[in-house]
Design a protein around this ligand. Structure first.
Ligand code: UD1
Ligand code: MG
Length: 458
């Protein structure tokens, strides 16, 4: 079945009280529009058309990257007009089906859309409905002998109709032939003087075409965003839903109200996550791994039996099995940490590889470096990787022992098994196995110093 998806997004976002379009605000880690585009790409076999208000709404490269056709509805006068504008961007294909999504309903699922589309095969049109405890604001579904015959908008409804709690989610699927034929006949005789797409229901049903409905019980997937309050409430509910799924799967999440999963978090058995952790983009956690309080993990892969201690930030890195990272460590993009490495407090590592068994336990900066196995880096070891213009590499070979407070001016190589004396500033390579390199000013003691000062004063 060939499907064209139209995304309606020509709203003016007035209720957001913002100069930015509401669809550019992030929810669960991605702009609202990106969620809708992603699902449309999974469903559509044909081009996706997005109706926007004006050319200033670009949404970065989200629409372009996904090859979405853009049309503009300059003075929005209703959802039917918006669809009309979208249809102008494509040729008429009589055997095609059109799916209509809203740009501000981010969590609509593939499963629901697939059922909606599949029901449309046997009918001319299928409406996605839901039953709400509080249906205020929505178009109500009017049925006769169980068949859906009309949709009446809240603003046009009388008290009796307002009591109906089956609502139109706005998401519909319709055969293109029927859509083109009846869209033209829609009038704006209603309280809002708008062209309502929902009038298709009565038009099709009066002309003996088959209008079906599909009901979803997942309220989050049909919830739209109009205000910033809507945004944060929906986000919170989605986060709790994600946390609950993981909890059910066996992840020990200490407080499902205090975890933010803004992307895809993959976990193996016996993972434990303490409070206030944020996970963004793709993150995977190996078995028996513990994440302490207040950690931020973005685009990273953490191995088995790892302990990430509190207040640690890991972004764009891979951590091997059995490592202990933090507290207060910052692991930056391009870093690969192999098995059984220890990284302690106030250690920053960027674009570096750290091999098995190496320890960097306190107050260090390691940038653009390659570290071998079983190295001990003393507290305060710094790689001086930047000369003001270029970044240079530091290589520390296996088994080296670097004393505390050492500065390694790159490019430099600390050869296998070398010792470096504490407080050294090295600019040249070391000699290797068993050697000690030390580069610090000589210690001098001046006896009776105080007496000399006192004399000077007289
Ligand atoms: C619409 C439905 C209503 C349904 C509700 C679900 C109609 C007439 N009513 O009402 O039955 O219960 O959604 O949320 O369709 N848009 C345009 N151009 C326009 C008008 C709207 O692109 O001229 C876009 C908006 O950006 C939005 C969507 O269409 O993404 C819905 O518009 P909105 O004004 O929110 O419709 P509702 O009054 O909520
Ligand atoms: Mg709305």
């Amino acid at each position: 079945m060939s499907i064209t998806t139209i995304i309606l997004a020509a709203g003016k976002s007035t209720r957001m009280n913002s100069l930015k379009s509401k669809l550019s605000f992030k929810i669960v880690g991605k702009p609202i529009i990106e969620h809708v585009v992603k699902i449309a790409c999974q469903i559509s076999s044909k081009k996706i058309i997005c109706v926007l208000n004006n050319p200033t709404e670009t949404y970065g490269d989200i629409l372009k990257k996904n090859n979405i056709a853009i049309t503009y509805q300059k003075n929005p006068r209703g959802t039917a007009e918006a669809v009309q504008v979208a249809l102008k961007a494509k040729q008429h294909e009589p055997n095609n089906t059109v799916l209509i999504l809203y740009g501000d309903v981010p969590f609509i699922s593939k499963k629901t859309l697939t059922s909606l589309i599949s029901k449309t095969k046997r009918n001319d049109m299928c409406i996605l409905t839901a039953v709400l405890n509080n249906p205020f604001g929505y178009g109500r579904i009017i049925r006769s002998n169980k068949k859906i015959v009309e949709i009446i908008e809240e603003k046009d409804a009388n008290l009796e109709i307002k009591k109906i709690n089956e609502i139109n989610t706005g998401i519909i699927c319709i055969k293109e032939g029927a859509l083109r034929k009846y869209l033209k006949l829609i009038k704006n005789k209603n309280k809002q003087r708008e062209y309502y797409l929902t009038d298709l229901v009565s038009l099709l049903s009066n002309n003996k075409l088959k209008v079906a409905s599909h009901r979803t019980s997942d309220i989050l997937e049909i919830t739209g965003i109009n205000t910033k309050k809507d945004l944060i409430l929906l986000e919170k509910k989605k986060m709790i839903e994600k946390a609950n799924k993981l909890l059910k799967k066996g992840v020990l999440i200490r407080d499902i109200n205090r975890i933010d999963i803004r992307g895809n978090l993959k976990t193996k058995t016996d993972v434990e996550i303490d409070i206030n952790c944020v996970f963004e983009d793709e993150v995977s956690l190996g078995k028996n791994t513990i994440i302490g309080q207040n950690c931020y993990l973005n685009r990273c892969k953490i191995g088995n039996n790892v302990h990430i201690k509190p207040n640690t930030i890991i972004f764009g890195a891979t951590i091997g099995d059995g490592c202990v990272i933090g507290p207060y460590a910052r692991i930056r993009p391009g870093t690969v940490i192999k098995n059984n490495v220890q990284v302690g407090n106030f250690v920053e590592i960027k674009n570096s590889t750290i091999d098995e068994g190496t320890k960097i336990n306190h107050l260090s900066y390691i940038g653009d470096a390659i570290l071998g196995k079983d190295i001990n880096l003393g507290a305060g070891t710094i790689t001086c990787n930047f000369d003001g213009k270029k970044k240079h590499k530091t290589i520390i070979e296996s088994g080296a022992f670097i004393g505390s407070g050492t500065k390694l001016v790159a490019p430099i190589k600390i050869k296998k098994g070398s010792y470096v004396g504490a407080g050294s500033t090295l600019t040249k390579d070391t000699a290797g196995e068993g050697s000690l390199t030390i580069a610090r000013s000589k210690q001098v003691t001046i006896k009776k110093w105080k007496n000399r000062i006192n004399k000077g004063k007289k």
